[in-house]
Design a protein around this ligand. Structure first.
Ligand code: PLP
Length: 382
């Protein structure tokens, strides 16, 4: 069994009957034919289709989700000494990009149910140095943007949604990445909309912000060899844009399948006696970038599952505030200096376990996973 099955994906058929692999090959051949490897026409086409999909005015496609975060922060003017509030329970890029700009990550603990930044703790973390808030829509479901945006608006702060794992999910029928000042996502191959390499995108409704993001992603260039901002080489490759365009044609079907399979897997696990399955907040859908449960004796459960050829992963075993690379750079809101001020995230990091999940995970495999998890949990805790 595969943790994420990208081979089976290539064998799928599009609505017009063509195979996905054939469509990808054709897109790649198109780029080889026109030869515009940097900022070719596929980049603009991708940006237009992604903006329409998310329901925002502007999309700027960039080189990775990490670049999207960095460029979004730069476009908002985040600089050394500023504070940026985020969650400690995420991939390193969320805080790494804050720190790379010399700003200070301030960590707010997570909600017990959704694993996303707990809005009830947000106001207390805001200071006169706070410059932005980065909630992460972890595992595939959006953070609570209604509450977070309201607090941000009261404090005149922009909000960047790290939607690297939630592209395609919705909150009150609005798409992730269109829920705040800027939304960012990642097209890393294993992400819900994955390319065959690195890629990412920034989304916003604000024209000026979009222009700044675009400039910064292209060395701050406002016209040829004239640079008004400090920027980065953060463009997406034309080839990658072409591949993502082909995969976008089956994305809506895959988003629907992810939601359905997530619900089915939960039902199978619960029927097998596993209780700590994912829960959605009211108004949310999830794309289950990760399908994550909680278990005791995680390492033993993982070993037992591996013996049944069921791969697992841990997202994430070490909180951002405890990463050596970020040590001493940030603070947990309410931190007493001696121990992490994020006990909910700490407890989650010790217990979370991600199971195989992709849009082609069939019912037989789902049942096999549920039975194997139940047996592994029973064995590990006997
Ligand atoms: C929550 C989160 N943020 C940011 C990133 C960074 O994206 P990328 O790998 O495309 O740079 C990831 C990727 O794993 C992620 O999961």
């Amino acid at each position: 069994m595969q943790f994420i099955d990208l081979k089976t994906q290539q064998q799928q058929h599009l609505a017009d009957g063509r195979g996905l692999r054939e469509a990808i090959d054709k897109r790649i051949a198109g780029v080889l034919d026109h030869g515009q490897y940097i900022l070719g026409p596929e980049v603009t086409e991708l940006e237009q289709r992604l903006a329409a999909y998310v329901g925002v005015e502007h999309c700027v496609a960039v080189a990775s989700g990490t670049d999207a975060l960095l460029i979004a922060l730069m476009a908002l003017g985040v600089k050394a000494g500023d504070e940026v509030i985020t969650t400690p329970f995420s991939f390193i890029a969320t805080a790494e990009t804050i720190a790379l700009l010399g700003a200070v990550p301030v960590y707010v603990d997570i909600d017990r149910i959704t694993y996303n930044l707990d809005p009830s703790r947000l106001q207390a973390a805001i200071t006169s140095r706070t410059k932005a808030i980065i909630p992460v829509s972890l595992y595939g479901q959006p953070a609570d943007f209604r509450t977070i945006n309201a607090i941000a608006a009261r404090n005149n702060l922009p909000v960047i949604e790290d939607g690297a794992q939630s592209f395609g999910a919705t909150q009150h029928k609005r798409r992730s990445c269109g829920l705040s000042t800027i939304g960012i996502t990642s097209f890393f191959p294993s992400k819900p909309l994955g390319g065959y390499g690195d890629g990412g995108a920034c989304f916003t409704d604000e024209r000026e912000l979009a222009d700044r993001i675009r400039r910064i992603s292209r060395h701050g260039q406002s016209r040829r060899y004239f640079h008004t901002d400090l920027g980065v080489n953060g463009r997406i490759d034309t080839m990658q844009a072409a591949i993502i365009l082909a995969k976008l044609d089956i994305f809506e079907v895959e988003v629907e399948a992810r939601g359905r399979i997530g619900t089915q897997l939960t039902a199978h696990l619960q029927a097998a006696g596993i209780q700590n399955t994912p829960q959605l907040a009211p108004g949310n859908t999830s794309v289950y970038a990760q399908y994550t449960i909680q278990v005791d004796n995680r390492a033993a459960v993982q070993d037992a599952l591996l013996q049944q050829s069921i791969p697992t992963a841990v997202h994430y075993p070490t909180l951002l505030c405890q990463q050596p690379a970020l040590a001493g750079l940030g603070a947990c809101a309410g931190c007493c200096q001696l121990s992490c001020g994020c006990p909910v995230a700490q407890a989650a990091s010790e217990r979370v376990l991600s199971l195989p999940m992709h849009p082609y995970l069939g019912n037989v495999d789902q049942q096999r996973i549920a039975a194997a998890v139940a047996a592994a949990v029973a064995c590990a805790n006997s």
